[in-house]
Design a protein around this ligand. Structure first.
Ligand code: SF4
Length: 315
C-alpha cells in the first residue's frame, strides 16, 4: 500500500542536548575514559547513552558508585541536580562539570531566589522526573514550602501556607495542559508570581507546534524517543490529542505491521524528541520507504538554531 511521509522540519536535538553531549565528549578527550563519570543519563535517550558508554563514559545513579573520587570527573546531566548533590560531589573532591541545560539553570536561580526571600514555591511538573528532583532540590527553604503539582485537580487540592509564592514549571511539559494548570493556579492564588505563561523551553514549544501540524494531515504520527524522555512523550500525546494515532519508539526496530496499519493509512508523520540523534530518524525513513512510502515531504518552519556555550573548564 503506497503512502506518503510528512517529516517535521523542527525535530531532534535541541541546544541543551547538543551541549550536554559535547560536554561528555570533550571531557572524555580531556581527562580520558577511565576518569569520566556521568550522574544519571546525560539526556534521556538510550541510543545517546549507549553511544557515549561505548566511547568510555561511565553512567552512575549515585555518587557513591564512583571509585577513587578524588581522581575522577563527574558530569551532571542536562536535567540538573539538587544543591545537596552539588555539595556531596565537592565533599568527595570530585572534579565537577555541570551539563545542566542553561534554561533549566534559569529556573534553578528563580527557586534559589524564592528561598532567600522566604517565598513558597509551586513547581508544575512530573513528580520524580530528574529535572523536577533537581529543581526542587535547589530550594534551600523548609520542605513544606515547596510543592510539586501537575494538573488542575492538583491545584484544587493544593493549600499554600503563606501569601507569598512563586510558581515555575518543568521545561518539557505539554504547552496546552500546562496552560490550564497555570490558569487554575493564578485564579486560586491571585498573589502568586511567575512567568506570563510557563517555563517550557523554546525547543519544547517549537517541537509541539510542529507535531500538531503533522497530526492535522496524518493518520499516524511516529515519534522517535525513549519512554523516559518527557519531551518525547509529550510529542506523542500532543499528536494524539490533535486526532492522530501516535506511537513513541526508540528506533525502527519497534515498528510493527499493526502499528503502521497500511490498509488504512494515507500519510505517516515522523518527528523526534529533543534528545534523539538524527540517524534514528534516517533509519525510520528508510524503513518506511522500504514498506511503501512514495515520498518524504518536510513540514513546518525550519528549526531555530541556537548554541549554548560550554562550561568554562571545557571551552
Ligand atoms: S528540551 Fe529545552 S530545557 Fe531541555 S535540554 Fe533542550 S533546550 Fe534545554
Amino acid at each position: 500500500m503506497a503512502f506518503k511521509v510528512l517529516l517535521a522540519e523542527t525535530r531532534g536535538f535541541c541546544a541543551g542536548v547538543e551541549r550536554a553531549i559535547t560536554v561528555v565528549n570533550r571531557a572524555l578527550e580531556k581527562f580520558g575514559s577511565d576518569k569520566v563519570y556521568v550522574l544519571h543519563e546525560v539526556v534521556h535517550n538510550k541510543h545517546v547513552v549507549a553511544d557515549l558508554a561505548v566511547r568510555g563514559a561511565h553512567f552512575v545513579e549515585h555518587l557513591d558508585e564512583i571509585p577513587d573520587p578524588e581522581n575522577k570527573v563527574v558530569i551532571f546531566s542536562a536535567h540538573g541536580v539538587s544543591l545537596d548533590t552539588i555539595a556531596a560531589a565537592h565533599d568527595k573532591k570530585l572534579t565537577v562539570i555541570d551539563a545542566t541545560c542553561p534554561l533549566v539553570r534559569r529556573i534553578h536561580f528563580k527557586v534559589q531566589k524564592a528561598a532567600q526571600e522566604h517565598k513558597e514555591v509551586v513547581i508544575i511538573g512530573h513528580d520524580g522526573h530528574q529535572e523536577v528532583l533537581g529543581t526542587v532540590g535547589q530550594f534551600a527553604g523548609p520542605h513544606d514550602l515547596i510543592h510539586v503539582i501537575l494538573t488542575t485537580d492538583d491545584v484544587d487540592k493544593l493549600e499554600l501556607k503563606t501569601k507569598s509564592a512563586i510558581f515555575a514549571t518543568q521545561t518539557t511539559l505539554s504547552i496546552d495542559e500546562t496552560a490550564k494548570t497555570v490558569a487554575a493556579l493564578k485564579e486560586k492564588f491571585t498573589f502568586i508570581e511567575g512567568p506570563r505563561q510557563d517555563d517550557t523551553c523554546f525547543a519544547t514549544q517549537h517541537r509541539q507546534a510542529a507535531v500538531k501540524l503533522l497530526a492535522e494531515s496524518c493518520d499516524l504520527v511516529i515519534v522517535a524517543g525513549s519512554q523516559n524522555s518527557s519531551n518525547s512523550r509529550r510529542l506523542s500525546e500532543v499528536a494524539q490529542n490533535a486526532g492522530a494515532r501516535s506511537f513513541l519508539i526508540d528506533d525502527c526496530s519497534a515498528i510493527t505491521p499493526e502499528m503502521l496499519d497500511l490498509e488504512h493509512v494515507n500519510s505517516v508523520g515522523v518527528t523526534a524528541g529533543a534528545s534523539v540523534p538524527e540517524y534514528i530518524v534516517t533509519e525510520i525513513l528508510e524503513y518506511l520507504k522500504a514498506h511503501g512510502a512514495t515520498e518524504v515531504i518536510s513540514v513546518g518552519p525550519a528549526q531555530t538554531k541556537r548554541v549554548f556555550p560550554l562550561p568554562d573548564s571545557l571551552d
